[in-house]
Design a binder for this molecule. Structure first.
Ligand code: THU
Length: 184
C-alpha cells in the first residue's frame, strides 16, 4: 500500500458515502496525532464533506457512549474485565454488545463478537466501524478471534478502540489481520 488505507478509501469513488466519510474521519483523527499523514485530495474532501463528517463524528461519539453503557452489563465474573462494543452499520445505525464469560472459560464471548452478532441479527451485515471500550490505560487491541470475525464483514472496517477516559487508537481490520482467511 503506497498510501495509508484511510487516504485510499476516502478518495475511492466506488465506495459508499459513509465509508468514504468514515475514512475521512479516520484521516482527520490520524492527522491530529501524526503530522506525516497529509494528502491534498483528503484535505479538499474534508472541506467538501464537512456536514457528513460532523454527522459521522457524532455517530462515533454516540456509539462510544452506548458502548460505555453496555459495558456495565458485561458478564465477567472471572476476569472482572468489562468490555463494551458498538458497531456502526452502513445506514448509521448502532448495535451493541458486551463480553459474556463462562465457567468453562473457553466459551467466553468477547464484546466485539457480541455486537457484530447483534448487527447481523438485525439484518445489517454492512459494517463500517467497530467502537470498543475498556477501562485500561491504553486502548485494547481486539483478540485474534474477533479480528477473524470482523474480516468476515469487511477488510475495510474501521476499529476505534477507546478507554473509559476517551483515549483512542484507530485501526483498519486489514492491518489487524493481514493475509486473512476469507474463502475456501
Ligand atoms: N475481551 C473482550 O471482550 N474484548 C477484547 O477486545 C479483549 C478481551 C474480554 C474477554 C474476556 O471476557 C475478558 O475480556 C478478558 O480477556
Amino acid at each position: 500500500m503506497s498510501l495509508p488505507f484511510c487516504v485510499q478509501r476516502a478518495c475511492d469513488e466506488q465506495a459508499s458515502l459513509i465509508k468514504r466519510v468514515a475514512a475521512l474521519w479516520m484521516y482527520r483523527e490520524l492527522c491530529a496525532t501524526d503530522v506525516v499523514l497529509t494528502h491534498a485530495r483528503c484535505d479538499e474532501l474534508l472541506q467538501q464533506h464537512s456536514h457528513e463528517l460532523l454527522a459521522f463524528a457524532q455517530t462515533v461519539d454516540m456509539a462510544y457512549s452506548l458502548a460505555v453503557n453496555v459495558r456495565l452489563n458485561a458478564h465477567a465474573p472471572y476476569s472482572k474485565f468489562l468490555v463494551g462494543c458498538a458497531v456502526i452499520d452502513e445506514a448509521g445505525s448502532i448495535h451493541v454488545g458486551c463480553n459474556v464469560e463462562n465457567a468453562s472459560l473457553g466459551l467466553t464471548q468477547c464484546a466485539e463478537r457480541a455486537a457484530i452478532t447483534t448487527s447481523v441479527a438485525s439484518g445489517n451485515v454492512n459494517i463500517v466501524a467497530v467502537v470498543i471500550v475498556a477501562d485500561t490505560t491504553t486502548p485494547v487491541a481486539p483478540c485474534g478471534a474477533c479480528r477473524q470475525v470482523m474480516v468476515e464483514f469487511g477488510t475495510d472496517i474501521i476499529v476505534c478502540s477507546r478507554t473509559t477516559s476517551n483515549d483512542q487508537t484507530l485501526y483498519v481490520v486489514d492491518e489487524l489481520l493481514p493475509s486473512a482467511f476469507t474463502s475456501w
